[in-house]
Design a protein around this ligand. Structure first.
Ligand code: DCP
Ligand code: MG
Ligand code: MG
Length: 356
């Protein structure tokens, strides 16, 4: 049996901003694009969440809900620095860590669990260690599988610690909303609800056959996860060659503004994918297809690896502008990133627990 932790910073970007600027601690803080533009909230402090502010909400809406909220622009360089530090702290505990994005990772701590130190204690000490070293809180879930640990870490945010004992997975999951299951996005959740499935328990009562008929192969898989069955190991390295997104336009266009907007949207999708994988890359690629189906790509390799939507959009936007000509019509646009910055090999692991 494995012991897996899932650790995730509380209100990551917003907490870093509060750490760096004592004047905004304890106050509603929203990090993200400016309200004048089409900016959205990337991260909201827990004080801001009391007003119903959530990430991915337009910044303008957020400031309507809480006019005295403090808006701060993102500072990705700083967040990446904090991210590297926390991953190093995780690696001191175990070499088997899998970053999922800048602010979260799975840790396989099986080797660390013993009769004297159970999973709860190890998780607790990790939280204390991160707080002491970085001044920030993480929430941690501990379980025998990745999917249960991830759900657990989210339950008692902020500063949460939730342990699901082996064997208790089913009872733990049953009352929770199906939307909490890994791989159940808003669309699937809506379809499940339309079938009267609100909780994970409702889902696991359905037969595999019925689930397969309704949701394809994903149906029985969701049920497996809902029962707490998930034997995916914590993966230290994941091989990805490129991450990209593309769209065929409903109607060909040569309009610079429409094309730029599309590049922004695609860059956002690429950035979300990168964030989930916890990687960044040096080479931004733009793929274009003209009305006559001629397809070509343009790419630029940057001096620093990037992963933020704005940075990808900026580079892709420059490539786009160079291709625009009056009368030149496009039917497909794609944005991609490659040349990933390789994760350093973890250093020799010291046989001790941090904070002990
Ligand atoms: N992020 C973003 N856009 C989103 C979601 C997240 O730019 N739609 C960024 C900002 C977050 C960071 O990623 O600070 C981590 O995402 P989380 O989902 O872990 O959210 P938070 O850490 O902000 O809050 P929570 O306490 O819920 O984990
Ligand atoms: Mg977080
Ligand atoms: Mg996260």
């Amino acid at each position: 049996m494995r012991h897996i932790l899932h650790a995730d910073f509380d209100a990551f970007y917003a907490s870093v901003e509060q750490l760096d600027n004592p004047a905004i601690r304890g106050k509603p803080v929203v990090v993200g694009g400016s309200p004048e533009g089409r900016g959205v909230v990337a991260s909201a402090s827990y004080e801001a969440r009391k007003y119903g502010i959530r990430s991915a909400m337009p910044m303008r809406t957020a400031l309507q809900r809480c006019p005295h909220a403090i808006q701060v622009n993102s500072n990705f360089t700083r967040y990446r620095e904090v991210s590297r530090k926390v991953m190093d702290i995780f690696r001191e505990l175990t070499p088997t860590i899998e970053p999922l994005s800048m602010d979260e990772a799975y840790l396989d701590v099986t080797e660390r669990v013993s009769a004297r130190h159970d999973a709860r204690e190890i998780a607790y000490r990790l939280k204390r260690h991160v707080k002491a070293e970085l001044g920030l809180t993480i929430s941690v879930g501990a379980a025998a599988s990745k999917s249960v640990a991830k759900i657990a870490s989210d339950l008692e945010k902020p500063d949460g610690l939730t342990v699901v004992e082996p064997g208790a997975e089913r009872a733990f999951l049953a009352p929770l909303s199906v939307g909490r299951l890994w791989g159940v996005g808003p669309k699937t959740e809506q379809r499940l609800r339309a079938e009267g499935i609100e909780t994970i328990g409702d889902l696991t009562e359905r037969s595999d056959d019925w689930l397969k008929k309704m949701f394809g192969r994903n149906g029985p898989y969701m049920k497996k996860l809902g029962l707490g069955e998930d034997d995916r190991p914590v993966q230290t390295h994941r091989g990805s060659k490129s991450v990209s997104a593309e769209t065929t336009l409903r109607q060909d266009t040569g309009d610079p503004e429409a094309l730029e907007e599309l590049v922004n949207r695609l860059s956002h999708r690429v950035a979300r994918d990168l964030d989930r994988k916890g990687i960044q890359g040096y080479t931004v690629k733009l793929k274009l297809r003209l009305s006559d189906f001629t397809t070509f790509t343009r790419q630029v390799t940057l001096p620093e690896p990037v992963s933020a939507s704005e940075q990808i959009a900026e580079a892709a936007g420059v490539l786009l502008i160079a291709e625009l000509e009056p009368g030149r019509m496009f039917r497909l646009v794609g944005v991609g990133l490659s040349g990933f910055a390789s994760e350093e090999e973890p250093e020799v692991i010291q046989p001790r627990l941090p904070g002990f």
